[in-house]
Design a protein around this ligand. Structure first.
Ligand code: SF4
Length: 231
């Protein structure tokens, strides 16, 4: 256990790199989850310089754009990191058989639970801390994230670390371009946030960042909301 209040005080105003360095030292069983959005790309590139053997995992829902798959392969090659690709226990065939074709058209919550949340939860069971590339100004659902958060679960405490919480979208892009970090080419084609192809659309330049996801019906898949935060 860490002293959460004291840790938040100590990390206040620190750079993302400093937060990562603290987290990698504080938690031996730590991993970064990413879907290789712009923030995830920045975070993985940053982390690879600090701790090249850091655990990195990504969920493959079997509904990803080919550009997203190519990007994660590019990252592994460019930064020499191992990227663990995890999938839901239920295959697409089993999902179709049990729930019918194109579940995302009828129940995005169930589809996301099977394809995204379940595999994420499974990986997190083996960790004491996870790092995510969330920003406070991405959406209302992320406005109250903290640099370190505490979650209770049967396996013991889980800490979530958000090194980029104070970044803006511009900060992210400045970092990517300055450091020549690869990003998803769909982001140059009107997409602002990229998930599965059935649930992701390009949006107008002035639209909210996550407006192109799930036709605006929801803003989160559940990966960042399935556990109740305790601190
Ligand atoms: Fe299914 Fe869409 Fe969720 Fe992907 S984003 S898991 S296709 S509902």
């Amino acid at each position: 256990m860490i002293d959460l209040a004291e840790t938040k005080r100590a990390l206040d105003g620190k750079s993302p790199e400093a937060v990562l360095e603290w987290a990698f030292g504080a938690f031996p069983r730590i991993g970064i989850s990413t879907a290789f959005g712009p923030e995830g790309c920045a975070l993985v590139a940053m982390a690879a310089r600090i701790k090249p053997d850091i655990k990195i995992f990504t969920v493959d829902t079997d509904f990803l754009f080919k550009e997203s798959i190519e990007l994660r392969e590019k990252f592994a090659a460019k930064y020499g990191v191992h990227i663990e690709v995890v999938r839901g226990e239920v295959s697409i065939e089993e999902q179709n058989k049990k729930h019918g074709l194109n579940l995302w058209q009828r129940d995005t919550d169930l589809c996301c639970a099977l394809r995204k949340v379940e595999p994420t939860e499974r990986v997190l069971k083996g960790l004491d801390a996870w790092v995510a590339g969330l920003r406070r100004d991405q959406s209302k659902t992320r406005a109250d994230i903290d640099v370190v958060e505490y979650y209770e679960r049967p396996e013991g405490p889980l800490y979530k670390v958000n090194p980029l919480l104070h970044w803006t979208r511009k900060d992210t892009w400045d970092y990517l371009l300055k450091n020549d970090i690869p990003y998803n080419p769909l982001l140059d084609q009107g997409y602002k946030s990229i998930g599965c192809w059935p649930c992701t659309k390009p949006v107008d330049a002035d639209a909210d960042e996550r407006a192109g996801r799930w036709g605006g019906q929801k803003a989160e898949c559940g990966i960042h909301t399935f556990m109740a935060r305790k601190g």
